[in-house]
Design a protein around this ligand. Structure first.
Ligand code: CO8
Length: 260
């Protein structure tokens, strides 16, 4: 099949890194139902492959994603939206146990910004623009925007962005805590892949436990979250990778982790 016809392209830039790219550049990578289904399938596929240790999400062309497909919204009513149960596709990405890095160039708007916020790390070009402009369409964010943005940048910036629909330039987003790191224009993907490669060399069980402790602890009471962290920390003491990591440090050599 012609790869260019695929709305989502999954590839392996290296044996341990999976890359998932939206491929509708002519529609600014707008996310229709087919894109949502295929994004979920690609992330689920990489989640289940033992060799894959980190996943990068990106958009082909010069944009990450301009949001939900507004053209597809035109004829949809509430019953259609209820029947779609689209949240199940997003949940697959939210529950991915492996590190997910978003590489953002150009626009990450509406559902595109929400997709980036499903990642654990956001690498954005200095010229990228985030935003939740749904209010301008008589709508509101529907894939986690009200909650994930709130947790990332706090109430006052979130409500300003959501209520005005204004764009949020990457440099401001980085200062506010939405963007992990800025890259020169055109280099977000290369930097994200480099970071994924670095994480892929680390101990997979430790990486997974760190992600779980941070994400599950975020909304738990502090005592519960600290207990969760402590248990995960203690659990790692029985892994072969902990023995390898400590031995390699003591022997002044590079560790070789196996994921056991
Ligand atoms: N949906 C469908 N088509 C789009 C979208 C979109 N979101 N964005 C751009 N396109 C299409 C345009 O219609 C145009 O198509 P055509 O060539 O057939 O006219 C083509 O892409 C190029 O667009 P522009 O000419 O507008 O390109 P510019 O580079 O001048 O502008 C922008 C790019 C700024 C991104 C502009 O296109 C824009 O503002 N797009 C709409 C952004 C928006 O409102 N996004 C929010 C959508 S609502 C939403 O995301 C709700 C989320 C709910 C959760 C579930 C989500 C999956």
């Amino acid at each position: 099949m012609n790869a260019q016809a695929e709305v989502v392209i999954a590839s392996r830039p290296s044996p341990q890194v999976g890359l998932v790219e939206i491929n509708r550049p002519e529609a600014r990578n707008a996310i229709n139902l087919e894109v949502r289904e295929k994004l979920a399938a690609a992330v689920a596929g990489f989640s289940e492959e033992p060799e894959i240790r980190a996943i990068v999400l990106s958009g082909r062309g010069s944009n990450f994603a301009a949001g939900a497909d507004v053209k597809a919204f035109e004829k949809l009513g509430a019953a259609d939206m209820l029947a779609q149960q689209a949240h199940r596709y997003w949940e697959v990405i939210a529950r991915c146990p492996k590190p997910v890095i978003a590489a953002v160039e150009g626009y990450a708007l509406g559902g595109g910004c929400e997709l980036a916020m499903h990642a654990d790390i956001i690498v954005a070009a200095t010229t990228a623009k985030f935003g939740q402009p749904e209010v301008k369409l008589g709508l509101m964010p529907g894939a986690g925007g009200t909650q994930r943005l709130l947790r990332a940048i706090g109430k006052y910036k979130t409500l300003m962005l959501l209520l005005t629909g204004d764009l949020f330039p990457a440099e401001e987003a980085e200062r506010a805590g939405l963007v992990s790191v800025l890259a020169p224009e055109g280099e977000a993907l290369a930097q994200a892949l480099q970071m994924a490669e670095k994480i892929a060399q680390l101990a997979p069980l430790a990486v997974a436990q760190i992600k779980e402790a941070v994400l599950n602890g975020e909304d738990a009471p502090l005592e519960t979250a600290l207990r969760l962290e402590r248990k995960a920390f203690q659990l790692l003491f029985d892994t072969a990778d902990k023995r390898e990591g400590i031995s390699a440090f003591l022997e002044k050599r590079k560790p070789s982790f196996t994921g056991r």
